[in-house]
Design a protein around this ligand. Structure first.
Ligand SMILES: C[S@@+](CC[C@H](N)C(=O)[O-])C[C@H]1O[C@@H](n2cnc3c(N)ncnc32)[C@H](O)[C@@H]1O
Length: 369
């Protein structure tokens, strides 16, 4: 079954003060709320001190929430219903490659009909709907972003999958589920938002049945990343700022943490190596790698020439008083969002698609929620 097509984005976004989805996207409010977490680091071109990083780690959930209130309509415009990267398939663009990739991933995890499966950091539910409709499993998706919950339910109902896919508002650092209550747990591009991935792996281990599969496709700094190299550090900082992440995990720490929590790693692969063209061509705005008209349009919008032309136009509109000044900051933040990951991908110090499939060994430790 094909992934349901996203309805046109109406620019709806959750109003954090009122706790519901507003029909007006307030650029000033959304931009100010997010950039407040970074303060004068913006002037220091994104370099962070250890104290600043530690402070943001304490507010990790709020940082990601403010980020998604700010970017979700833009993400939906560029990425559709599925907010993750994937290897590019022959002759296809990223969006067109996504459905087959998510289905392949479900097979790798061993998800089957009738299983109760948890999707951690589910976004607006694109992967959950694909996996539920392709395998016949039941998916519970968790995100702490209200906008994602409301939009997710809307899209799930439109797809006729409300009996199979559920959207639950919760922080993944404290999941509102009983111990041993899921047959499998997966996550796409989400666990990197934890202040320390080890803590979210521990929480996932609690809710997963013994012997169950836990798999993720996630953002990591690879073993080529060198903390002593200032260019590498700058890219890691820019990835964090541009994507609402407080502590981009390193691959070695990911592996150590999984084993420490009691997972046995069964599959360990950078899916970027399966891509037939560089996966970073879209965020890098490299139009000659685009395939098909829709893909070309999206990549063109992210290309340097269009980005800088748009920023110049915005400068004029701000000067004329027609748009708020924060629209400029919004543009620069989105620039950091896409260019930082493309720069990390080109150097192979970063990938948004390291896949681990693990098995929970032994019994559940910890309390029952
Ligand atoms: C890049 S999006 C990925 C969404 C989805 N997995 C997909 O591929 O379409 C990251 C998701 O993680 C969620 N997230 C980040 N931190 C979270 C937290 N502490 N608790 C729950 N969800 C969180 C965000 O709200 C968002 O829905």
């Amino acid at each position: 079954m094909a992934t349901p097509k996203a309805p046109p984005n109406k620019g709806r976004v959750q109003d954090p003060d009122e706790g519901h989805v507003s029909t007006v996207y307030d650029v000033k409010k959304m931009t100010d709320a997010y950039t407040a977490h970074w303060q004068d680091q913006l002037k220091r071109r994104g370099s962070h001190t250890a104290e600043e990083r530690a402070q943001r780690a304490d507010e990790a959930g709020q940082v990601s929430d403010d980020y998604y209130n700010f970017v979700s309509p833009i993400y939906e415009h560029f990425w559709g219903q599925t907010f993750h990267y994937c290897p590019v398939a022959p002759g296809k663009g990223i969006q067109a490659s996504m459905h087959d990739y998510d289905t392949m991933f479900a097979g790798l995890v061993g998800i089957k009909e009738g299983m109760r499966v948890l999707d951690v950091g589910c976004g607006v539910g694109g992967p959950a709907r694909t996996i539920a409709s392709e395998t016949g499993c039941n998916v519970v998706g968790v995100t702490r972003n209200k906008w994602h919950i409301e939009r997710g339910w809307q899209l799930t109902k439109e797809a006729g999958l409300e009996g199979q896919v559920e959207h639950v508002e919760a922080d993944f650092m404290k999941l509102p589920f009983k111990a041993d209550s899921f047959d499998a747990v997966y996550a796409f591009d989400a666990l990197c938002y934890a202040p320390d991935v080890k803590d979210v792996y521990t929480e996932i281990s609690r809710v997963l049945k013994p012997g169950g599969a836990f798999a993720f496709h996630d953002w990591v700094m690879t073993d080529k990343y060198d903390e002593a190299n200032s260019a590498h550090r700058h890219i890691r900082n820019a990835i964090e700022f541009g994507n609402g992440i407080v502590n981009m995990p390193r691959l070695a720490h990911v592996r150590e943490s999984l084993r420490a929590v009691g997972f046995e790693i069964k599959h360990d692969e950078n899916m970027a190596w399966r891509s037939v063209r560089p996966w970073w061509y879209a965020p890098g705005g490299v139009i000659w790698y685009a395939r098909g008209w829709e893909d070309f349009q999206r990549v063109l919008e992210m290309s340097p020439v269009v980005f800088w032309s748009r920023q110049w136009l915005l400068h004029v509109l701000v000067w004329l008083g027609l748009v708020p000044r924060e629209a400029l900051q919004m543009g620069y933040t989105m620039h950091a969002c896409v260019r930082s990951v493309a720069n990390g991908g080109k150097l192979d110090i970063f990938t948004p698609m390291w896949v681990m499939v693990c098995k929970k060994v032994g019994s559940t430790k910890g309390k029952v929620a």
